[in-house]
Structures are given as structure tokens and as C-alpha cells.
Design a protein around this ligand. Structure first.
Ligand SMILES: Nc1ncnc2c1ncn2[C@@H]1O[C@H](COP(=O)(O)OP(=O)(O)OP(=O)(O)O)[C@@H](O)[C@H]1O
Length: 434
């Protein structure tokens, strides 16, 4: 229907894609700076309306899913005004199988390789609810248990009343997604007939171990469908819708504050605690996480100011540089087994080197022979004489004990011992040992 396109996309293999809005002066409604007519934003990639869900998964979700499989945390979240396609991108459309979005495609991708646990959290007016709680059939939202945030001494976040559901197969995980989606709070707004009024965080917990390795990798992938980012004044809401919109705007504002703080160098305090969502996403926006943001735009003329606001937000997010760390922990039983095997193989190797199987203890016969050797060594008047013990640390230690006893006795009897010779004897034994 548009006579003049309001945007253009410029693809550059190396520099990424850029998106430009053309805003004739008469279109600026007070939000955009109407002295300017061109707004240009650079993104890693811009997907046009013709882009297929398959393409979005390949470019956006698959790399994050791969890093989750490698043991890092990951987050993908969709941000944009109501009706711009956040739910369509994250969950998918109901009409065609090919319309399925990032969550079902990711489950299918991960499902072939790992068993997982799923949680699905909804944050409505700053209160968290478990979308997988069976009590969701309760008539009123207020009757449901609220999810609360607890922090341990290491500043790890724990969510009380949020269930972790086992899912052994892709089908089980999909069932959980459908169950949760039917519980989401949806309202008809002036701009979208089925508008989600809350933030929804679908989390896939992955625990993996390479075959034969003692290392467990635990990582999680948050797939976040944010509530619509539009400003209240424009959407013509009132009553409950207005209250909801104020909460949504406030929590998105806090999200933005956290994101800006993360992008500032030398910033020690990040205000995660201001809102439920930033508390929950604490380990997923900065630090130990690979974060991808999808900004969805409704590119009609009347939405151009919201689109520009969305792009500005997305560019601020793009400034975060996360240092991803591997979430690894050791399985003690496996570690002990592995060390036992290592000890055995070192013993075998040693036996080959010294040409004999090493006993744990010296035998009586060994001890007797050593006593004779030490006695002969001490009695020999030749200053060049050495003790030949072979590459056996137990024998060397035992001889030192014998020599110490002898030295102490000599001392008591007022005679001097030749300590230099003893040291040389040890070093020779040691060299041979090496
Ligand atoms: N790329 C697309 N192709 C086809 N239909 C789409 C696409 N994106 C969105 N739609 C359709 O547009 C409508 C609005 O999209 P959607 O519900 O995903 O928006 P939203 O951003 O999640 O909105 P809200 O914030 O209100 O929940 C839906 O009917 C959806 O099926």
C-alpha cells in the first residue's frame, strides 16, 4: 500500500547489514527529531519480510544453541512493539508447520543430542508465574503461587516456585511449550488482537558429558519473548491495559538501564535488582553468556517512530561484550576412576623403564641387603666410593634413614661423618633414576 518505501536495506558481506529509515518531515510526529530525514542503523543482519523461519533459525538460533551445547549459557530475546512479530519469531505461527519459530526448532535441534529440563516463566506486572504449573487451571491469576527470587552467597539466582520439568524427548518438550503457551496472558489491544502482555522466558537446561570425559557441562538457553515495547501515549490504552503497559514500559526501561550499564567500561555496579526480569536474566545479559537480540519492526509509515526507537535500543544492546565462560564441573566418582587408571598406567610405564615390577614395600631381604651396603659404604676408606641403589626411591629413602641413624650414633661417639660424600651418592642415584 505504500507509495514511498519508508526503509531500505543495505547488505555488506564484511560490515554487516544496515537499515535506513527515510522520514519525510511531515511524518515526524514529535518523537523523532524532525530536523533529520534519514536514520541509519547497522546490524549484524537485517531480515526482510520475505525471510523464512528456517533462515532465522540458521542465522540466529543455531549458533547460540551450538554454544549452549559447548557448555556456555545463551539467550535470545525478541524486542519490539506490539504486533511486530516477537511471538511469531520466538514461538511461531499456528497455521503452517513451516511457520514454527525458534523454540520448537531449537528443541528439535537439541533434542536429537541431549536430554534436557525445561522451565517457562511469565512475568506479568512485575510478578512471576510458572507457566508449567498444573494449578494454572485455577480461575484467577492471583490464586497461583508467585515465583520469587533468591540469591545465594555467590550471587547465583534461584527461583522459588518455578518448576523444572524433565523432558526426555523433543515431543515432551514441545508438549511443555504448548501447555505453557495456553497459560499465557493474552489481551486484545488496539494494535494487536492477541497481544502478549507479559514477558515470557522459556529456558532449556542442558547437561552434557563428552563420552569418556569426567567433566559435566551445565548450561542454559533462555528464549525470551518480551512484552510489546510501544509507548503508552500512542497505543490508546486505558484501565487495566494502561496499568499493564506502565509495568511493561518500566521493566523495559530497567532492562535498558542494565544493558547500558553493561556496555559502559569500568562500571562496577549493574542495577540488576530493579526488576524481576533483569534479576532473572542476570547471568544471561552480561558475564557468562552469549546474548543475541532480535529486534522486530513493523515497517508501516505510522510505526516509523516506534521502529526507530526499537533500532536505537537494539544498537545499545549490540554494544555489550560478553566474556563467555564454560560451565564445567567435575564428577568426583569419575575423576577418582580416571586418577586410579592414570596411577596404574604410570606404574606400568615405570616397570617397563626400570625393567622390574615395583613392589609397594621393601622386603626384609631388601632391607637386610641395604643395611649391608650402607655398612660397606661407611667402612670403605676410599673417599670416591658410592652407594649403588638403582632407580628406586624407597631404597634411597631407606638408606638415608640408615645413614641418619649411623650419623647420630657417630655424633654421640664424637666422630665426624663425611656428609659431602653422602650427598653425591644420592645425586648419582637420582640421576640414574631420571
Ligand atoms: N514474519 C511473519 N510472517 C507472517 N505473519 C507474521 C509474521 N510476523 C508476525 N506475523 C503475524 O502478525 C501478528 C502479530 O505478530 P505477533 O503476535 O508475533 O506480534 P508480537 O510482537 O508478539 O505482539 P505482542 O507484543 O502484542 O505480543 C500475528 O498474527 C502473526 O502471526
Amino acid at each position: 500500500q505504500q507509495q514511498h518505501p519508508v526503509y531500505s536495506v543495505d547488505e555488506d558481506e564484511r560490515a554487516g547489514s544496515s537499515l535506513e529509515f527515510l522520514v519525510p518531515r511531515d511524518l515526524a510526529d514529535g518523537f523523532v527529531n524532525n530536523k533529520k530525514e534519514n536514520y541509519r542503523f547497522r546490524f549484524q543482519k537485517v531480515f526482510d519480510q520475505t525471510a523464512k523461519q528456517e533462515e532465522i533459525f540458521e542465522h540466529i538460533a543455531k549458533p547460540v544453541a551450538d554454544s549452549v551445547l559447548a557448555g556456555y549459557n545463551g539467550t535470545i530475546f525478541a524486542y519490539g512493539q506490539t504486533g511486530s512479530g516477537k511471538t511469531f519469531t520466538i514461538t511461531g505461527g499456528a497455521e503452517r508447520y513451516s511457520d514454527r519459530g525458534i523454540i520448537p526448532r531449537t528443541l528439535s535441534y537439541l533434542g536429537k543430542i541431549y536430554t534436557t529440563q525445561i522451565s517457562y516463566l511469565e512475568i506479568y506486572n512485575e510478578v512471576g508465574y510458572d507457566l508449567l504449573d498444573p494449578r494454572h487451571e485455577a480461575p484467577r491469576l492471583e490464586d497461583l503461587p508467585k515465583v520469587s527470587i533468591m540469591e545465594d552467597n555467590d550471587q547465583n539466582i534461584h527461583l522459588r516456585n518455578l518448576s523444572l520439568q524433565q523432558s526426555a524427548s523433543e515431543e515432551e518438550a514441545l508438549n511443555l511449550l504448548f501447555l505453557g503457551d495456553t497459560n499465557r496472558i493474552i489481551a486484545e489491544t488496539p494494535m494487536n488482537q492477541a497481544s502478549t502482555r507479559s514477558h515470557c522466558i522459556f529456558t532449556i537446561h542442558v547437561c552434557s558429558r563428552e563420552p569418556g570425559s569426567a567433566t559435566l557441562r551445565r548450561s542454559k538457553l533462555h528464549l525470551v519473548d518480551l512484552a510489546g515495547s510501544e509507548r503508552v501515549a500512542k497505543s490508546g490504552m486505558e484501565g487495566q491495559l494502561l496499568t499493564e503497559a506502565k509495568y511493561i514500559n518500566l521493566s523495559l526501561h530497567y532492562l535498558e538501564q542494565v544493558i547500558i550499564a553493561l556496555s559502559e567500561k569500568n562500571r562496577s555496579h549493574i542495577p540488576y535488582r530493579n526488576s524481576m526480569m533483569t534479576s532473572v536474566l542476570r547471568d544471561s545479559l552480561g558475564g557468562n553468556c552469549m546474548t543475541t537480540m532480535i529486534a522486530t519492526l513493523s515497517v508501516e509509515k505510522r510505526n516509523v517512530d516506534e521502529s526507530i526507537a526499537t533500532c536505537r535500543f537494539a544498537q545499545r544492546v549490540a554494544l555489550i561484550k560478553n566474556e563467555a565462560q564454560l560451565n564445567e564441573e567435575l564428577d568426583p566418582a569419575l575423576m577418582i576412576n580416571r586418577l586410579k587408571k592414570e596411577v596404574q598406567s604410570l606404574r606400568d610405564e615405570l616397570a617397563i623403564l626400570i625393567g622390574e615390577q615395583r613392589e609397594d614395600q621393601l622386603t626384609e631381604d631388601d632391607i637386610h641387603k641395604l643395611e649391608e651396603q650402607v655398612k660397606a659404604f661407611l667402612d670403605d676408606p676410599d673417599p670416591e666410593v658410592t652407594l649403588q641403589l638403582g632407580p628406586n626411591m624407597r631404597k634411597i629413602h631407606h638408606c638415608f634413614s640408615l645413614l641418619k641413624v649411623s650419623l647420630l650414633q657417630e655424633h654421640i661417639h664424637g666422630r665426624q661423618a663425611n656428609i659431602t660424600t653422602l650427598t653425591v651418592a644420592f645425586l648419582q642415584g637420582n640421576q640414574h633414576f631420571r
